[in-house]
Design a protein around this ligand. Structure first.
Ligand code: SF4
Length: 183
């Protein structure tokens, strides 16, 4: 099987998830979010194709990495290939994060995307929204996006966010009304 990538694997990233990670930049995204940081990855015929076995060899040779992160592009549109790579990465002791412009609920509706979820530890979902963009957000571009604990969400049959990445401003409206949270 082959996968279409936008670039070679990017090692030592500290901005694409927890710890030191290697990013797999997939090619192809249907969402076309205004303000997308990576428009060159939208074309499903762009980038280059590579055998999964070649990518697995590169993953096997990684040193000093905590995990891999699928980004792009939208990895969910090559879910079958990404699942195989994710499964292999996990067998090497690496954690798996994945970005997608789909929502978690949309991913659940598609058989191949749902199967890929089984190999993902953390999913950052939702389109990038320019009006909700903030540089203060950790590991995401806009506040509508959610950093989701996949295993817990599947178990509890509802979206469970990773607590340490829920931004405090979720509570801002209460303070703005002058209410005291400690009464
Ligand atoms: S989902 Fe991501 S890669 Fe796709 S257009 Fe939106 S920001 Fe860009």
């Amino acid at each position: 099987m082959k996968i279409r990538l936008a670039s070679t694997l990017q090692k030592d990233s500290i901005v694409d998830g927890e710890g030191i990670r290697t990013v797999i930049w997939t090619q192809g995204c249907p969402h076309h979010c205004p303000g997308c940081h990576n428009p060159s990855t939208h074309d499903f015929k762009g980038g280059f194709e590579v055998d999964l076995e070649t990518v697995k060899d590169e993953i096997k040779d990684l040193k000093g990495q905590d995990g891999i992160t699928f980004s792009g592009g939208d990895p969910m549109y090559q879910a079958k290939a990404c699942k195989e790579l994710a499964k292999f990465a996990k067998s090497q002791g690496l954690s798996v994060w994945c970005y997608t412009g789909d929502t978690f609920e949309e991913v659940l509706e598609d058989k191949e995307k749902r199967a890929f979820l089984d190999e993902i530890d953390i999913l950052i979902d939702g389109k990038f929204e320019l009006k909700n963009r903030s540089l203060d957000l950790k590991f995401k571009g806009s506040s509508n996006q959610r950093i989701i604990d996949v295993a817990k969400s599947l178990k509890e049959n509802q979206v469970v966010l990773v607590p340490e990445y829920i931004e405090p401003k979720v509570y801002a409206p209460l303070y703005q009304k002058g209410e005291d949270l400690f009464i």
